[in-house]
Design a binder for this molecule. Sequence first.
Ligand code: AHR
Length: 327
Amino acid sequence: MKKIIGMAAAGAMLLALAGCASGADSSTGAGDAPAPEDLIVGFSQVGAESGWRAANTKDIQAAFEDAGIELKFSDAQQKQENQIKAIRSYIQQGVDVIAFSPVVESGWDTVLKEAKDADIPVVLTDRSVDSADTSLYVSFLGSDFVEEGKKAGNWATEEFADADAVKIIQLEGTTGSAPAIDRAEGFADVIGSDPKFEIVASQTGDFTRSGGKQVTEALLKSNPDVDLIYAHNDDMGLGAIEAIEAAGLKPGVDIKILTIDAVKDGMQALADGKINFIVECSPLLGKQLVDIVNKVVAGEEVETRIVTEETTFTQEEAIAALPDRQY
Ligand code: AHR
């Protein structure tokens, strides 16, 4: 089994280097797909910091169970060193494929080279790495975070079209993580062209509700006249709501709130008028990840980048979507 996987991995990595699209068979053993029960996948998750993450974990575990593939799962508690340890342990155990959602973007080259040397293909899910050598992983499945930031910026531009000045507090995600970097960049790209928008404060809330609450409490003291809070995820926006209410103000009215994710709690707050707009980031990556794993081990081509399809929600759209919302 391991030999076939090694050949498949090498083939997939070559295809990744060439930036191939999926669909056609490669000459690396396509059709020799191993049985699901013979496969072991090691997955290193970021942590359990948000509703999004909980939904992502549940979806991935359910997809592998449905596919009959053994999934070794580890929670890194938002620490890169824990992920590196988990990946090394998966290499030692000789799993067939390693998948992980990197806590931060940088610092992965060494461990990814170790996986490559051991002929174990690596799939990135949700978040990417900044490694210059893209042959170190076979595919990256996840959202376009820059695009999400741009969608947030576009909403702000329309919402405040008639305003002369707009003061913004930005609640950043985990420092050094791809979504924090890219969502800030995409947002700045859009609002930066209009000098009436001013980000008066920008601090990390680490993608947690408690972080969003604490940072908002502190920042509201020095910026009581803020117009908009742009939170890099729903959980930090929900924490901001608590801080705004504790300050005797009305979230969504006295201070507008713009978030990313669209998990149920965020959507409920949007339906209730406490959040004003949400850019969706889908955590439902499980089935696509299983699909990539099956292709890689069968020696089939895989797309080197698979972008998740996402939308945005106004209050009316949240009210309509909530009854069927899966997460
Ligand atoms: O990487 C995706 C982000 O991580 C989600 O937007 C956030 O909620 C999570 O913690």
